[in-house]
Every structure is written in C-alpha cells, then in structure tokens.
Write a protein that binds this ligand. Structure first.
Ligand code: SAM
Length: 229
C-alpha cells in the first residue's frame, strides 16, 4: 500500500480550493448517493459506541450522519486542513483536531470506531495511516471505510477511470463553476487506489477480519475492518 506520496500536496490544495463547495460538488458527482452510502456504512454499526474518530473529516458530513445514528457518541473530527475543520466546527458539536492519519495524537486503543469517508484514499502513506489507525482502536473495534472503488475487473475499473477523468469534472463545473473543476484531482487518487481485493488484503495485515460490500455497480465500496475482540 503506498498512498499519494508526492501528489499529496496537490490533492490537499485542490481540497482547500473546493472546501466551501465540497458538499454540493459531492452531491452532484455521486448523483446524490454520497450521503446514502455513508448512512448505509454506519447503520447498526455504532450502537453502544462512545468514542468515534472521523478521520479525514472534511466538512464533517460523516460525523453528522454518525451522530444521527448514535446521538450519544463523542465524535472526534480530525483533518489536516484548517479550511475543512472551520466548516466542520461551524456545523457540528464535537472535538476537532488538526492532524494527519500517519501521526495520530491519541493514546493507543482509545476509539471504538474509526470512520474513513472518502479519505483513506487521500493519505500520503496509506500503509502507515492504516497501522496508526488500527492501534488507536480498542479490541473488537472497527474501521468503517466508505469510498469510491476500483473494481477488481479491469474493464469496469477503466470505465470508472473514464468517469473520474472526464465526466466528474464536467459535473463538478456544473455544480460550482471553476471551483468544481478541482474534482479532476480525484482521478489522481483513483489511479493510486488499489482494487478492492488488494485493499482488503492490505487491511488484513492489520485487522482480524475485513468485510467488503461493493455498491453503485462497483463504483463505491464499504469496507469494515475489525480488530480481534
Ligand atoms: C475527500 S475528503 C472527505 C471528507 C469527509 N470524510 C467526507 O466524508 O466527505 C478527504 C479529507 O481527508 C483529508 N486528508 C487528506 N490527507 C489526510 C491525512 N494524511 N490525514 C488525515 N486526513 C487527511 C483531507 O483534508 C480531506 O478533508
């Protein structure tokens, strides 16, 4: 597993530029499915969980959905970008931390769930990020990943690449003008993102079990990676 490496700065700049339009652009490029996917990802999976980390929280959309699912949760929202944290803290109650996955400022085993909504794909070093996140989960805790996906079969993977290369930027532009064009950065993250099978094997190095639930005809995926109880 490698992550964005040198491309990380470029992608973070694009995310800063689009931050004020992020939720609207997301709605357009996912045909309104982004909220639904996050809801499916957490449905029934936060019962009884108190400490939840939304890692790479962006504007806080996943945290908001998690709080609807479990209003008693204490959600910690972590992101490196001040522009994103400003939006999340303006909209939600919770705890806000400016940091990166690769160097987490938390003691071991302090969260019951970690949410990764469209964010692990943006890690600079996704192997280091996954290792760090796994050590902050309690025994029996799990990582809940909701993201775009690279299907295992090559033809479909190429079709989705075409979508991220050409179709999504046009939809982004229609949603928010010039700022919406920044979604073209997603294609860079898609190219570096492993296929579902490979990602599951990579997660399996740090977790006892990994569930893979493809969605949207293989264009999105929910993965649940759990630590041993
Ligand atoms: C595509 S946005 C997703 C935001 C949100 N989780 C959602 O569900 O919409 C990815 C977020 O991950 C953050 N991010 C990128 N690299 C990161 C890193 N190394 N550590 C933590 N967060 C990171 C970005 O700043 C951005 O806010």
């Amino acid at each position: 597993m490698s992550g964005l490496g040198e491309e990380w700065g470029y992608v973070l700049k694009a995310l800063t530029d689009v931050s004020e339009h992020y939720d609207r652009v997301n709605r357009w490029i996912s045909f309104g499915m982004d909220v639904r996917l996050r809801r499916i990802a957490v449905a029934g999976r936060l019962t009884g969980s108190r400490w939840v980390l939304d890692a790479g929280c962006g504007t806080g959309m996943f945290a908001r959905i998690a709080l609807e699912e479990n209003p008693f949760a204490e959600v910690v929202m972590l992101d490196p970008l001040p522009a994103m944290l400003r939006q999340a803290s303006g909209a939600l109650r919770g705890h806000f931390v400016q940091a990166v996955f690769e160097y987490l400022p938390f003691r071991p085993e302090c969260f019951e769930r970690v949410l990764l909504g469209f964010s692990l794909r943006d890690a600079r070093d996704s192997e280091k990020a996954t290792r760090e996140l796994s050590t902050r989960l309690e025994h029996g805790g799990s990582l809940i990943i909701c993201d775009i996906s690279k299907p295992n079969d090559r033809l479909r993977a190429m079709l989705f690449r075409f979508y991220w290369l050409l179709v999504a930027p046009v939809l982004g532009f229609l949603a928010s003008g010039r700022r919406g064009l920044t979604v073209s950065a997603i294609r860079k993250t898609y190219d570096k993102w492993p296929s579902n099978d490979v990602l599951a094997v990579q997660l399996g190095r740090f977790f006892a079990s990994v569930e893979v639930h493809p969605k949207m005809m293989g264009g999105a995926v929910i993965m649940i990676a759990s630590r041993k109880s």
